[in-house]
Every structure is written in C-alpha cells, then in structure tokens.
Design a binder for this molecule. Structure first.
Ligand code: 13P
Length: 252
C-alpha cells in the first residue's frame, strides 16, 4: 500500500502574513511519522517563504502547476527545475481549473507530468469528470482517457506519479462524493495502473473535492483511497490537521 498523502492545494489564496500563521500552526500540530506525508501546494511566489518556514520540519512542499518546457521564452511559466530549487517535492498538474480556464489538454498535462518527473518532482496528476459526464454515465470513460494520456507519455515512470481523482462537481461545492462513489472510480484507476506498471502499489491515488474534517475518515477508509488533495479545508490549520489525523488513524 502506498504511504498516505494529505496534500493541501491553496489555489490562489494567501499572503505573506496569512501563510506564516497557517504554516506555523500546521508545523506546531503536525505529527512526524512514517505513515502519512503532509504537503502544501502553494502559489509560486510563496515558494521561497515556504522553503524557509518548513526548513527542518516534515512538511513537504509542492507547486500548483509546472511548465512542460525546460526553460526559455515562456513568459509566466515556472519550470520543474525552479520548483526543485525551492525544495518542492510535488507539482499539481492538470487540475480541472487549469483544464477549464487555461485550456489544458490531456496531452499537455501528460507533458507537464513528464517535465516534473525529469527533475525528480512527483506530479500530482488530477483527473475527474464533470456533472454532465457523470449523469451521462461517462465517468469511467473520461477518467480512463485522462489517465491513459499520462501513462502513454510517461511509460515505466508512471509508478513515480500520484493520481488525484477530483470529480469536478465536488470541487468547492461542499458536495463530497460518497465514499462508495469515490472508491468505485479509484478501483477503476487502480486496475488501469496495474496494467501499466509492475509497481502499481507505489502509486497513491488521492481523492479531492470538498474533503473536510467531517468526511475524511469515511473516504480514507476505502481500500483504494490513499489520501486527499484538499482545497478549502487546507487553508484552516485545525481542519487540515484533522484530515491528516484521520489518515494517520487509518494506518494505525
Ligand atoms: P475543495 O477541497 O475546496 O473542494 O477543492 C478541491 C480541489 O480542487 C483540490 O485540488
């Protein structure tokens, strides 16, 4: 079984003062153990601040996006090498907000995952269906297509990725998928990964979408849910710590 991962996606939130208060509270409340990894994925301008705040602690750092390119004339982009310099271990790629508002395609997402892997950054590859797709019975087809693109481009490196299943209808809506709905999709993804790599057990499959302290335990108790990618609740230290504690309890 993959080590549980609880990752916060701050999205476009934060300020120097707010980040410091949040991270200090997280560090004060965190339990450093071998069973759960806790990470925060922050806006790029705050990577340096986080690098300092987390120094010497178990809190891991991630970016929210990464360029598919190495370097050069790509205004506004952040490269995997840059993330690495700030001590980032993860980069979210293909978040539905990037797919929706920035036109990111399955192919681009796969290329971003490859760029991250080339620099030793673990891509957290987000996939998930819209409400219309779910209602049309297309959930499985959509998530398999999204994951297949990443598998196709990354070959044997696929065992080094993290997958995040984020049903779009559950993101920021307060409408969490039921543990059964999430588990069903995670099982499909697990089977797809099993066919693609001899090391499927290394790949954590996270759930994301209105995951709160109240819902975390029932989701994390599912056999194929290895952690969470948390938006809103990751901005409140007590909530985020409670989700990490729920993950820890599952491992005990
Ligand atoms: P919420 O937890 O705010 O629904 O966001 C989920 C998400 O998009 C994490 O990447």
């Amino acid at each position: 079984m993959a080590k549980k991962l609880i990752a916060g996606n701050w999205k476009m939130n934060g300020s120097l003062a707010a980040n410091e208060a949040l991270v200090r509270a997280l560090i004060a409340g965190m339990v450093d153990d071998a069973n759960v990894t806790v990470a925060v994925c922050v806006p790029a301008p705050y990577l340096g601040q986080l690098q300092m705040l987390r120094a010497g602690t178990a809190l891991e750092l991630g970016g929210q996006d990464v360029s598919a390119h190495e370097q050069g004339a790509f205004t506004g982009e952040v490269s995997a090498a840059m993330l690495k310099e700030f001590g980032a271990r993860y980069a979210i790629v293909g978040h539905s907000e990037r797919r929706q508002y920035h036109g990111e395609t399955d192919t681009l997402v796969a290329d971003k995952a490859r760029a991250a892997l080339a620099h030793g950054i673990t891509p957290i590859v987000c996939i998930g269906e819209t409400l219309a797709e779910r209602e049309a019975g297309k959930t499985e087809e959509v998530v398999k297509r999204q994951l297949a693109a990443v598998i196709h481009t990354n070959g044997h490196c696929i065992s080094e990725i993290v997958v995040a299943y984020e049903p779009i209808w559950a993101i920021g809506t307060g409408k969490t998928a039921t543990p059964e709905q999430a588990q069903d999709v995670h099982a499909v993804l697990r089977a797809q990964l099993r066919a693609a790599t001899p090391h499927p057990e290394r790949i954590a499959i996270l759930y994301g979408g209105s995951m709160s302290a109240a819902h975390a335990a029932s989701l994390l108790s599912q056999p194929d849910i290895d952690g969470g990618l948390i938006g809103g609740a990751s901005l409140k230290a007590p909530d985020f710590l409670q989700i990490a504690a729920a993950a820890r309890a599952q491992q005990a």
